[in-house]
Design a protein around this ligand. Structure first.
Ligand SMILES: *Cc1c(COP(=O)(O)O)cnc(C)c1O
Length: 242
């Protein structure tokens, strides 16, 4: 990397990336896992295209957005800057009328939260002659405020969903209750156990477990996460890594 001004935002981003990688490696080691099994994506929903490009320069390889309009805006700004393609995932609630703004533009959709949405995404992908890689968002904790399949709902729907021709189900995604480490751990281990069960039932690898955010990613890595989604701890100078 080129010399960076220690007062610059890019310098902060580089230090944070280093610290985050270290935390992930330590958490993986505690669980007897190899850190190379865990990818971290930078959730860029609160920052602009310039910050995304700065984060890419210091080594972030993929980004997460939760709103289709914001994704489109950033893709346009990045393309206008002539900066080369940037890899984005869609991690947020996806409304049916926004599906066409997302498919073909992201590497992975983390937030397929119902059989209806899975069918709608599949249909639109088929019409475009593409297949979308997706995760099934699961409400493991059962909090009413959270979207996603209830575990029993997923058990009942999974065979139909994995048979849809326009999507490839690569794994599961969940969000843990905020501010409660024990509940977070139970949520992440519940996701892993559900994936184990569904692997047996579907024959799919379900290799991706997307769980863990700024406040709980180390717990998620200890419990088997393969993809952590980090926003504040990446971009926010005011956030203290716990
Ligand atoms: C915002 C967001 C994140 C990142 O949360 P932080 O606490 O800022 O790390 C991860 N996943 C989803 C779905 C989000 O909306």
């Amino acid at each position: 990397m080129d010399e960076l001004d220690p007062a610059s935002y890019e310098y902060f981003l580089a230090l944070r990336l280093h610290a985050i990688r270290q935390r992930i490696a330590e958490a993986a080691a505690r669980a007897g896992r190899d850190a190379s099994e865990v990818e971290a994506i930078a959730v860029s929903k609160t920052v602009g295209a310039e910050e995304v490009l700065a984060a890419r320069r210091v080594g972030w390889g993929a980004f997460g957005e939760n709103r289709p309009q914001e994704l489109a805006r950033k893709l346009e700004a990045i393309s206008a800057a002539g900066a080369g393609p940037v890899c984005f995932d869609m991690i947020g609630n996806l409304q049916k009328n926004k599906i066409n703004q997302v498919i073909g533009k992201v590497r992975l959709i983390h937030s397929i939260s119902s059989a209806h949405l899975a069918e709608a995404v599949s249909t639109r992908c088929e019409a475009r002659g593409i297949v979308a890689d997706v995760l099934l968002e699961t409400n493991v904790s059962g909090e009413p405020s959270k979207s996603g399949f209830a575990p029993d709902e997923l058990r009942a729907a999974v065979e139909g969903v994995v048979g849809l021709p326009g999507i490839r189900v690569r794994g599961l995604m969940t969000m843990a209750p905020a501010g409660d480490a024990d509940a977070a751990r139970a949520t992440f281990s519940g996701l892993r156990e559900l994936a184990d069960e569904l692997r047996g039932r579907t024959g799919l690898a379900l290799e991706t477990l997307s769980c863990g955010m700024s406040d709980d990613f180390e717990i998620a890595v200890e419990e088997g996460s393969t993809l952590v989604r980090l926003g504040r701890c990446v971009f926010d100078r005011g956030y203290t890594l716990g």
